[in-house]
Design a protein around this ligand. Structure first.
Ligand code: HEC
Length: 154
């Protein structure tokens, strides 16, 4: 073998070695920054701002026309033993009275509205059980609550 060819072969071998080390070194972690986890472990906190104050869409006058209508349906339902209809109207009246709390700032107004709502929920329960005596007793109590608020605010 001529010395020149020998030298070229040697250089080639050195070259291969260098390239090989480079390739092994290529196993190192990439220099690019890690991609942030797109799904964080804790879900984003929903807007912590409280829901706005409830504002009824009706005025008290129209709300009361509705209360009067439901009140009549309940009494008719008891008279006719139409329990399901009376129960449905009692639930609606309970919710209307619940909303009535937002119609006035005065504490006694809110308390009467709440009391009436609670009494109507109880009435819905006695109507579901078709308990005529207990239902009539509650109707008379609710009637007193209507009067108490009316005496001061109507
Ligand atoms: C927490 C207070 C409150 C309670 C409880 C209440 N009302 Fe009223 N009601 C009012 C006020 C205030 C008015 C006057 C509203 C207006 O006309 O501006 C009124 C008026 C009325 C009117 C007349 C409607 C009108 O304005 O011409 C009817 C009917 C009525 N209420 C039915 C009832 C019935 C039935 C109940 C009980 C089952 C009841 N209300 C309980 C506050 C109340």
């Amino acid at each position: 073998m001529k010395p020149v060819i020998c030298l070229v072969a040697l250089l080639g071998l050195v070259g291969l070695l260098v390239l090989g080390t480079e390739l092994i070194a290529g196993d190192e972690p990439p220099k690019t920054p890690p991609i942030p986890n797109p799904t964080p472990e804790t879900p984003p906190v929903p807007n912590p701002a409280p829901a706005g104050k409830f504002v009824p869409v009706t005025d008290v006058h129209h709300m009361m026309e509705g209360q009067g209508k439901l009140w009549g349906e309940i009494k008719d339902g008891i008279l006719d033993s139409n329990w399901k209809a009376a129960e449905n109207s009692a639930w609606l009246l309970a919710e209307v009275a619940n909303v009535n709390q937002y119609q006035h700032e005065a504490a006694d107004y809110k308390a009467w509205a709440k009391q009436m709502s609670d009494q109507c929920v109880e009435l819905a329960g006695t109507l579901k059980k078709k308990d005529a005596a207990k239902s009539r007793d509650l109707v008379s109590k609710i009637g007193n609550t209507c009067s108490e608020c009316h005496n001061k605010y109507k």
